[in-house]
Every structure is written in C-alpha cells, then in structure tokens.
Design a protein around this ligand. Structure first.
Ligand code: SF4
Length: 271
C-alpha cells in the first residue's frame, strides 16, 4: 500500500521570509508527525517525488545552523484544551504539509470541550477564522452558534473544527490532496476527544471523512459511522445563509442527533 498525498508538493514550497534552517526543521517535524500517523493507519510505503528529495537536499545544504525557533502559540480556544490536543494544535501551527500554508495567516486547529457530546466538523477556515485562529466565528459560525443553542448546548459544551486547518485562498473548496494531507490531524483529534456524535457540516466534511462522491442532499439526515462514532451529515451553515428554507432540514437532523444522545428534543428551532 502506498500513499504519496501531500509529499510531492513540498518541493514547490517557498517562504521568502523564513530562514532555510527554520523551514527545514519545521518540514521535518511536520513530515515525522504525518508519517507516524500514516503508520498507525497501516500505511507501509510512501512514494516520494524525486524532485522533492532533490529540493530537500538543496535546502539542507544551504541551511547554516541557526538557533531553534519558538513554536508558534496556538490560538486561544473557547475553553482550555488538554495537553495532547494542545500538542496537535502546536504541530498544526507549524505545519507545511500542503500548499495552504503559503497563504494562511493563522492555523485553525479547532476548539471546544475535551470530551464533548457533539463534534461539529466543517470544510475549512474562512476569512474571519483565518484572522482569529478560531473555527466558525464568521456569519456561518454565528448561525452555527444559534443551532447549538437551540439544541440546548453552549458553544463551550461542544467541539468545533474543520477538515483542513488552513484557509483555502478565496474560500475555494480544499483539493483532495490538501484534505488527505490534513486528515491525520483530525483523526487524532477525534480519537482524543471521543465525541458521542459527529455532525458533518456540508459535502466537503462528508467527503473528507468518508471519501464518498455522494452529494450532501442525498446523505443528509441519514446516520453514518466514522470509526465507530455515529455521524450525522447535514448542510453547512454557509449554505443555510444562502438558502434559509434548508434550515428546516438541518433542524430535523439536529433533532435526530438529540434523540441519539437521549437529550430533550425541542419541537421548534430558534434559528
Ligand atoms: S491545511 Fe492542514 S496539512 Fe495543509 S498546511 Fe494547513 S495544517 Fe498542514
């Protein structure tokens, strides 16, 4: 079995303002973490583009010793994160495994309760999230907050994150190789958080978790299982902003989630 996702593009990464030694250390740390995760997932062989190896060699030989750089601090979450989650956020903060690192301002690892009933997973950070380093803080995020509140929770009670941790330029949909490069972080987070239920917000979230081509319109409202966790696909809040009548469908899906969790089910949403 082999996997070349995310490695071929390392050769093309250029960061004019970053010291070559710092860049090399960051690349090595990112690749080590990624390979460890792939190994845990049963991957035994990884294809590496010869151009990538050549570029690495050139970078290494051009890198005089420089003092260790401080690891960037992750964004302040809405509630304190426990150490293993914090460690993931720190690795994400210096990650250069895909081209999205070239245009991001801040990484968005996700935030929320350590052992939540619900983990909401969206597509990727937008402009507001990229500025603040927090997931779902723009208009779509405000709508998600309303949905969470209508379900009888506060934002701090759940966990909120995305398939990719860096903003795709102009809010384009992340490419398959970007999603593949970033997924190990999310898988680690899911394993640590152990949510009772995952809610996939939109088609990209479902595609990232299940690698399916089936559209969200067909999948929404039907339980799926991701690594033994009940998972409910529904529409993304950004879609609801463009298409308010679809809020009714999302509310039906959230009622299903509440039933699954054995929680009181309000008849009417306040969204
Ligand atoms: S999107 Fe994910 S894989 Fe790509 S640079 Fe950001 S953290 Fe790394």
């Amino acid at each position: 079995m082999s996997s070349g996702g995310g490695f071929g593009m390392l050769a093309g990464m250029e960061h004019e303002n970053t010291h070559p030694g710092e860049r090399m250390r960051s690349l090595i740390a990112s690749v080590e973490a990624h390979l460890t995760r792939l190994k845990e997932d049963g991957v035994t062989t990884v294809e590496v583009d010869p151009d990538t190896v050549r570029a690495w060699s050139e970078t290494a030989s051009a890198s005089p010793e420089s003092p260790p750089q401080p690891i960037p601090e992750p964004a302040k979450g809405e509630s304190p994160v426990s150490d293993p989650l914090d460690a993931i956020a720190r690795r994400v903060a210096s990650c250069q495994l895909c081209r999205l690192c070239e245009t991001r301002n801040r990484t968005v690892p996700g935030q929320g309760a350590p052992n939540p009933d619900i983990m909401f997973i969206g597509e990727g950070p937008g402009a507001d999230e990229d500025k603040q380093g927090l997931a779902f803080v723009g208009r779509a995020g405000q709508l998600l907050t309303k949905i969470i509140t209508a379900m009888g929770y506060e934002r701090e009670d759940v966990w909120i994150g995305n398939i990719v941790k860096c903003r795709p330029p102009n809010n384009r949909v992340p490419t398959p190789d970007e999603m593949a490069a970033c997924m190990p972080y999310l898988k680690e987070q899911i394993a640590l958080l152990k949510p009772k239920v995952i809610v996939c917000l939109g088609a990209t979230a479902v595609k990232g978790l299940f690698d399916t081509q089936t559209g969200i319109t067909k999948l929404r409202g039907q339980w799926m299982t991701f690594e033994e966790i009940d998972t409910m696909p529904t529409y993304h809040p950004a879609y609801l902003l463009r298409n308010p009548p679809a809020k009714r469908d999302v509310w039906e899906d959230m009622k299903e989630v509440l039933r699954k969790l054995g929680r009181p089910v309000p008849e009417k949403s306040k969204t």
